[in-house]
Design a protein around this ligand. Sequence first.
Ligand code: HEC
Length: 161
Amino acid sequence: MTFVRVMVFSVVVLLCYTLFANILPQMQSNPPEEESPLAAGELDMPGMIAWGETLFSGKGTCTLCHNNMGRAPDILVMNLNATFAERLSDGRYEGQAKGEDGAQAVQTYLHESMVDPSAYVVAGYGKKGTNDAVSPMPAVDKAPIQLSDVETNALTAFRQT
Ligand code: HEC
């Protein structure tokens, strides 16, 4: 008799658990979807610029440093034409935009700043102890940021606008 009672009790407990598990709402978390307009095929200029803006504060993590807190030049608010012309006329500048001017210079300098930050380090922003020879900024086409070519182009388009 005891055996039967124990069995019945066990079955009832099991049923309760099963019932309870089924009442709980089902939760499923998917990884966030990558926002890539490439898939949507919208690669016109306005699309690139908007995408660049998303990358700037998102995947590119640029706003972690490029903000108004002084960790890096606030490239969102500064006049790139004027500022970059100043960078190129600095005697220390030996990068790829040397000799270029206007929009072309801005474009080359922007791209170089992203993929080879130490090519030219803005005075006062270099890694401590390197006398502004090494930039604290990570190359954005390498891990961990790892932007693709199209993504760096989108960022350039966004900043150039
Ligand atoms: C870890 C901080 C950090 C992150 C993240 C970062 N940067 Fe920088 N960046 C710097 C610092 C510091 C400098 C100034 C030193 C130098 O010239 O390399 C700089 C310089 C630059 C310059 C040259 C600015 C000038 O005044 O000449 C550009 C352009 C730039 N970054 C773009 C970007 C973009 C676009 C991203 C995101 C994809 C990014 N950076 C992410 C720290 C960062």
